[in-house]
Design a protein around this ligand. Structure first.
Ligand SMILES: Cc1cc2nc3c(=O)[nH]c(=O)nc-3n(C[C@H](O)[C@H](O)[C@H](O)COP(=O)(O)O)c2cc1C
Length: 277
């Protein structure tokens, strides 16, 4: 049995649970003074690489939002769980012009493409400029941000996902009680699930049939092709394989055809054997 919950102001942080990224956003005010504060209302917006963007939500009278509107630049810093006390220190309602970082262990260092500083201790950082600002009536200020640079600690990109999750040790925001007590999850146990798809499961889930047998690696690669072109790729690859007199579809057949679908190398690299490139 479920019970309906009244939707109140700040509903997202009331009963409903929203595990979230914990960041410290650094900005400069018009006089060039540093401001830093924690923010979690943040998500990827445009996932493609031509104009990569994030979407963020702010209290409109926060210093961070005011500074972003005034200067058009900010840095999203992702601290490890070891720095949670410092993250919380930056959440205090200090008067305008106070550099919250002076009350923390964070060290501001120059960013590469924007004026607000980067936090040296954060393993993952995005430098951003404003693409669009939307002021919701009596509610949040929404910022759609261009990501001009993503920087991570040396060694991180070479790690596998589990090792990277452990090395970065990012806390998970779990909301607050009464705007005073903040809850965080610290990653301890990591579960990994592999959803292995076969020609049969694919035919069932996509309501379409393969016309000939597929090698496992070819089928796995097809599953990684974006869903909106998968059906077209399936038909074309089978046609291509049949044209070559093959009795079954191989990974080679699929690779040979990717160019025909207007998938540039960078997009296809994301769906190739290596996964994230
Ligand atoms: C973990 C955490 C996440 C937060 N996320 C947000 C958020 O996404 N949006 C927001 O308006 N305030 C958020 N806050 C509250 C602001 O950090 C807080 O109001 C802060 O004082 C704002 O500082 P500023 O005026 O210097 O920007 C969050 C606080 C914490 C501790």
């Amino acid at each position: 049995m479920k019970k309906e919950i009244k939707i109140k102001p700040f509903w997202y942080s009331d009963v409903w649970l929203f595990p979230k990224l914990v960041t410290v956003i650094t900005t400069l005010d018009k006089q060039g003074r540093i401001n830093a504060a924690p923010y979690s209302h943040i998500m990827q917006y445009d996932v493609m690489h031509k104009k990569p963007r994030m979407i963020l939500g702010f209290r409109q009278d926060s210093h961070t939002f005011e500074n972003i509107c005034a200067t058009g630049e900010f840095v999203i810093n992702c601290p490890s769980a070891d720095y949670l006390p410092d993250v919380m220190e930056t959440a205090r309602f200090y008067p305008e012009g106070v550099n919250e970082l002076e009350h923390t262990r964070f060290t501001p260092i120059p960013s590469t493409k924007v004026k607000p500083p980067t936090l040296k201790e954060c393993p993952q950082v995005a430098e951003c400029t404003v693409d669009e600002i939307i002021r919701l009536e009596k509610s949040s200020g929404i910022v759609i941000a261009n990501i001009v640079s993503i920087l991570v600690e040396e060694g991180i990109p070479e790690m596998g996902r589990e090792e990277r999750i452990r090395a970065m040790n990012l806390p998970i925001g779990l909301g607050d009680a009464d705007r005073v007590d903040y809850f965080y999850g610290i990653i301890d146990k990591i579960e990994q699930y592999k959803l292995k798809e076969t020609a049969e499961t694919y035919a069932v889930t996509a309501n379409m049939k393969t016309g000939m047998p597929w090698d496992d690696d070819a089928m796995a690669a097809l599953m990684k092709v974006p869903a909106f072109v998968r059906k077209m790729v399936l038909g074309q690859v089978e046609k291509h394989a049949a044209g070559k007199g093959a009795a079954h579809v191989t990974l080679q057949h699929l690779t040979e055809l990717t160019a025909e679908f207007g998938m540039d190398d960078e997009v296809m690299a994301r769906f190739g054997k290596k996964g994230a490139a």
